[in-house]
Design a binder for this molecule. Structure first.
Ligand SMILES: [Fe+2]
Length: 258
C-alpha cells in the first residue's frame, strides 16, 4: 500500500486540503471521490483526512488513487474532466443546462417507470423499494422546479453579468444580489443530496439482491448513475459557477462605486 511518506511532494499536501479544494485543483479527482463515496460537492468543505476517517477509508488508499488518476490524466487527451475554473461563465452555465439538467429531465421519468415496475413485482418482499420510490418522487418534486428556476432566472442573470463589462451596465434583477438566489439554490442542493443519501442507504449502496431481474438491475444502476451525475452537477454549481458569479458581481459593483 502507498504510504503518505512515500508520496510525491505534489501529492502529499492533499492530506491537508479540503475535498472541495482537491476537486477544484484536480478535476480528475472526482472519479476517485465517487469510487470511495466521498462527498465533494455539498459536504466537500472538510479536510480529506476527516472525510476518510468518517467513512473508515484509509487516507493512503485515496491518496494513491489520486496520484494514479493524476498520472493518467496528464496527457491533453483527458476527457470530460475539463477545468471549468477559467472557462467563461456563460459556457459553464450552458454546459450545466445542456448536460446535467437535460440528464435529470431525461432520467427522472425513466427511473419512475422502473421504480413502479420493481415495486409492483418485488415490493412485497423488499420493503425498502416503496420507500425508495417515495424518495424518488420527492427528489423529482425538489429538482424539477429547481432546474427551472436556474434556467429561467439565475443562469440568464449570470450570463448578463458576464456581458456587463462596463460601468453602469450591471443587469437589472428582482433580487439585491446574486448571492440571494444562490443561497436558495444551495439549500435545495443540500435537500436533493440528502434524499439521494437516503436512497443510497436504503438500497445498501445500490446493491441488488441475488438473482435480481434485469429491471431491478437497471433500476439500481440508474439510481447509482443519477447520484454520480448529481454530485458532478452540484460541484460545478456550488464550487465553481456560484462563487465566480458572486465575485464577478462584486467586481462590477466596485467599478460602479468608483
Ligand atoms: Fe442547481
Amino acid at each position: 500500500m502507498t504510504s503518505i511518506c512515500n508520496l510525491s511532494p505534489t501529492i502529499r499536501p492533499a492530506v491537508d486540503k479540503t475535498v472541495r479544494e482537491i476537486a477544484l485543483e484536480q478535476p480528475s479527482s472526482i472519479r476517485v471521490f465517487e469510487y470511495f463515496g466521498i462527498d465533494y460537492c455539498c459536504g466537500g468543505r472538510q479536510p480529506l483526512t476527516h472525510a476518510c476517517a468518517s467513512r473508515n477509508i484509509p487516507v493512503e488508499a485515496v491518496l494513491g488513487a489520486l496520484a494514479a488518476v493524476q498520472a493518467i490524466s496528464q496527457p491533453a487527451a483527458v476527457s470530460n474532466a475539463k477545468d471549468w475554473n477559467k472557462a467563461p461563465l456563460s459556457d459553464l452555465a450552458k454546459h450545466i443546462a445542456t448536460t446535467h439538467h437535460a440528464y435529470v429531465q431525461r432520467e427522472l421519468p425513466r427511473l419512475a417507470v422502473l421504480a413502479q415496475k420493481v415495486v409492483s413485482r418485488h415490493g412485497d418482499t423488499q420493503p425498502e423499494l416503496p420507500m425508495i420510490q417515495e424518495l424518488l418522487r420527492s427528489l423529482d418534486a425538489e429538482l424539477t422546479p429547481h432546474l427551472a428556476k436556474e434556467e429561467a432566472i439565475l443562469f440568464p442573470y449570470i450570463e448578463q453579468l458576464e456581458r456587463a463589462d462596463a460601468p453602469g451596465t450591471a443587469p437589472k434583477a428582482c433580487f439585491a444580489s446574486v448571492a440571494s438566489p444562490i443561497a436558495v439554490m444551495c439549500a435545495e442542493h443540500e435537500a436533493a443530496g440528502a434524499l439521494l443519501l437516503q436512497i443510497r442507504h436504503l438500497s445498501r449502496a445500490f446493491t441488488t439482491p441475488p438473482g435480481a431481474c434485469p429491471t431491478y438491475l437497471a433500476y439500481y444502476a440508474g439510481l447509482h448513475e443519477f447520484e454520480q451525475d448529481l454530485h458532478q452537477h452540484i460541484h460545478l454549481e456550488n464550487n465553481i459557477l456560484f462563487p465566480r458569479a458572486i465575485a464577478l458581481e462584486g467586481s462590477l459593483s466596485e467599478q460602479l462605486a468608483s
